[in-house]
Design a protein around this ligand. Structure first.
Ligand SMILES: C[S@@+](CC[C@H](N)C(=O)[O-])C[C@H]1O[C@@H](n2cnc3c(N)ncnc32)[C@H](O)[C@@H]1O
Length: 271
């Protein structure tokens, strides 16, 4: 409990120059006007361009993250190995979906029992293997990765999996590859370059099956979506994407505050 108290006194939110100190009473509490974020770094967003660059928000109290992980089904051995190896050797390891989000993706896939799954942004293959868990017997998962090194790493991981014959890995630019894949997607996971999220969404929506689901990752972008004054290209692109979907009459959507934010999107009936 002591750890929780200490951390709660550090929590604060600064939006557009106004800082609110978090409630210092015991337990995880927050002031009325405070959104549920805390700065990862005390220097974050305090003005200078250098500090702005490091603006990073810890969205969920780490103790809550730990509690969620402890009460979520474990990863299988291969996923655990990919998770560990990626963190041990890859410079961009934090891009990996990870345990809790991976189990969420697997659960959505198991509930939908998709025949055709599309993933945009393979990285080391972790999320593709989670999404493959619900595939039908004759189902296919197509996953697209731009970087050759990550394509090779993920193929190596897929080769160790029971789903290897169902996974089709494409190396190249997703915007060029998607039009060549003529399938009715039952499940789409958008998790590549943020500036193209709207383009990916518009490219896959016409091919989404009636009961299909699009999941877009990082839609909170470390909390930077909250700061309209932060004119960085990735949070600006994610804000534009979230607004684009919210205004789109063809779909209904829900934004889940899992990890860095997952936006679930479904076509409306008769849309
Ligand atoms: C956030 S990572 C994906 C993480 C992975 N889905 C997971 O959860 O383990 C994004 C990946 O998209 C790839 N990428 C970036 N731009 C791309 C593009 N235009 N086409 C395909 N892949 C791209 C990056 O090289 C990177 O490996």
């Amino acid at each position: 409990m002591q750890g929780v108290r200490q951390r709660s006194t550090q929590w604060r939110v600064q939006t557009h120059g106004t800082a609110y100190r978090a409630n210092s009473e015991p337990g995880i509490q927050r002031p009325e006007r405070c959104v549920r974020v805390g700065f990862h770094s005390r220097n974050a967003a305090r003005g200078t361009p250098e500090k702005k660059k490091n603006y990073f928000v810890e969205l969920i109290n780490p103790l809550v993250e730990q509690y969620a992980a402890a009460h979520t089904s474990p990863e299988d051995d291969l996923l655990l190995q990919i998770n560990r190896e990626t963190y041990a050797s890859h410079a961009h390891a934090t891009m990996l979906s990870g345990h809790v989000q991976g189990r969420a993706l697997a659960m959505f896939s198991r509930m939908l029992c998709p025949k055709y799954v599309l993933e945009i942004g393979t990285f080391t293959g972790y999320s593709a293997l989670c999404l493959a868990e619900g595939l039908q017997e004759d189902g296919e998962l197509h996953t697209i990765e731009l970087r050759e090194e990550d394509t090779a790493l993920s193929q190596n991981n897929f080769d160790k999996s029971i789903y290897k014959n169902k996974i089709h890995l494409h190396n190249g630019n997703a915007l060029e590859i998607i039009p060549a894949l003529q399938y009715n997607w039952d499940l789409v996971f958008i998790d590549a370059d943020k500036v193209n999220y709207i383009n990916y969404y518009e490219a896959v929506l016409p091919q989404l099956s009636e009961s299909g689901l699009i999941i877009a990752d990082n839609v909170l972008f470390h909390g930077q979506v909250l700061d309209n004054m932060l004119n960085k290209k990735n949070p600006a692109a994610i804000r534009a994407f979230n607004d684009h979907v919210a205004k789109d009459e063809r779909v209904e959507q829900v934004l889940l505050t899992v990890r860095d934010g997952l936006l679930l999107i479904k076509k409306k009936k008769n849309a």
